[in-house]
Design a protein around this ligand. Structure first.
Ligand code: UDP
Length: 327
């Protein structure tokens, strides 16, 4: 068995990654403390419950599975919460990742795929970003992820740890087979909140800010389908297995959509009205985050297949109507 440890494998992106790893001949070993994930979402390989800061538990899991690599998704990831509780983000994301990285190195597992974020770039005056764009995170979420990138650089120099770092943009959609999907409690992300509002599970969506310097005044984001995103992660593991060494890849579509455009598309995909109201800006939000994926396409051979807004919303809507998890 070719094992890959997937931290956060019980979460939204991690559970989809486990499915694609399994379909690509790997055995995904989920390592998750279930603080935000769901045991029900672990369907494609073994589950080892544990905390990132528990070094003894990590050592045990590395020894048991002798993994060829690690895919590290587990993290706190909400901008609003990061603005209210920065300490929580620094402690959990940075100290947890450091413990994991040290355990991986001690076990001789030197292939590390890291889920970073476009939030490390901060606001860049509306430019289309690439991997060489400067990083000026606006919040403790982005700053904690950038710090982990720095740790990986240092551990390469001193211990030969090779990493593929993916900086990605807004992830949306769900497994088209309906086996796994997006389910956060509480939910904070635009598309699932909008779908909740459409079918009456919540009163209305609040649009966070309508006076941004964009054509319609609302923030612009680059949305990537979760299945495309996890395909890239599997290519990242193979890249490291092939000895191609450490590399950073942005995963975006190069096309941004404003909050109002997402509302309009949701209306046409679901054929239902979107109840929404206009509200204040959310602290910590960047105006526009859009990136191409030239490098990922050219070097990894990544080709996004489902990342049109229509497909993402349609897949999310199908899951929304049929799927959920219980602990
Ligand atoms: N957004 C919004 N109302 C909400 C949630 C999000 O207007 O209830 C906006 C948010 O300000 C941002 C975009 O939708 O411009 C995407 O936000 P989300 O939280 O989904 O992802 P983020 O960009 O923070 O990673």
């Amino acid at each position: 068995m070719v094992n890959v440890i997937v931290t956060g494998g019980a979460g939204y992106i991690g559970s989809h990654a486990c499915k694609v790893l399994r379909d690509s001949g790997f055995t995904p070993v989920t390592y998750d403390n279930l603080s935000t994930g769901w045991a029900d979402a672990v369907k494609f390989g073994p589950f080892e419950q544990g905390d990132l800061m528990d070094r003894a538990r990590l050592d045990e899991v590395f020894a048991k599975y002798q993994p060829v690599g690690v895919m590290h998704f587990a993290a706190f990831s909400q901008v609003g919460e990061a603005m209210r509780e920065p300490g929580m983000y620094w402690r959990n994301n940075v100290c947890g990742s450091l413990t994991l990285i040290e355990a991986a190195v001690a076990a001789g597992c030197l292939n590390f795929v890291f889920s970073s974020t476009c939030a490390t770039y901060g606001d860049q005056d509306g430019v289309v970003l690439d991997e060489n764009s400067a990083q000026y995170p606006l919040n403790a979420y982005g700053a904690s992820k950038r710090a982990i990138e720095d740790i990986l650089t240092d551990f390469k120099a001193s211990h030969g740890l090779e990493s593929v770092i993916f900086r990605y943009f807004n992830v949306a959609g769900a497994d088209p087979d309906g086996e796994v999907g997006e389910f956060h409690q509480p939910e904070t992300h635009l598309i699932p909140l909008m779908l909740d509002a459409i079918d009456g599970k919540r009163a209305a969506l609040t649009v966070f800010g309508t006076d941004y310097p964009t054509p319609d005044g609302t923030c612009i984001r680059d949305y990537v389908h979760v299945m495309d995103l996890v395909d890239a992660h599997v290519l990242g593991v193979k890249w490291l297995q092939d000895g191609k060494g450490s590399r950073v890849f942005n995963l975006g579509t190069g096309k941004g959509f404003s909050v109002r455009e997402v509302i309009d598309h949701s209306k046409s995909v679901t054929n239902r009205e979107v109840p929404y109201e206009l509200g204040e800006r959310r602290p910590g939000d960047a105006v526009k985050l859009v990136s191409g994926s030239t490098r990922a396409e050219a070097e990894l051979g990544w080709s996004p297949k489902r990342s049109t807004l229509e497909t993402m919303i349609a897949d999310a809507w199908r899951w929304h109507q049929n799927g959920h998890y219980d602990k």
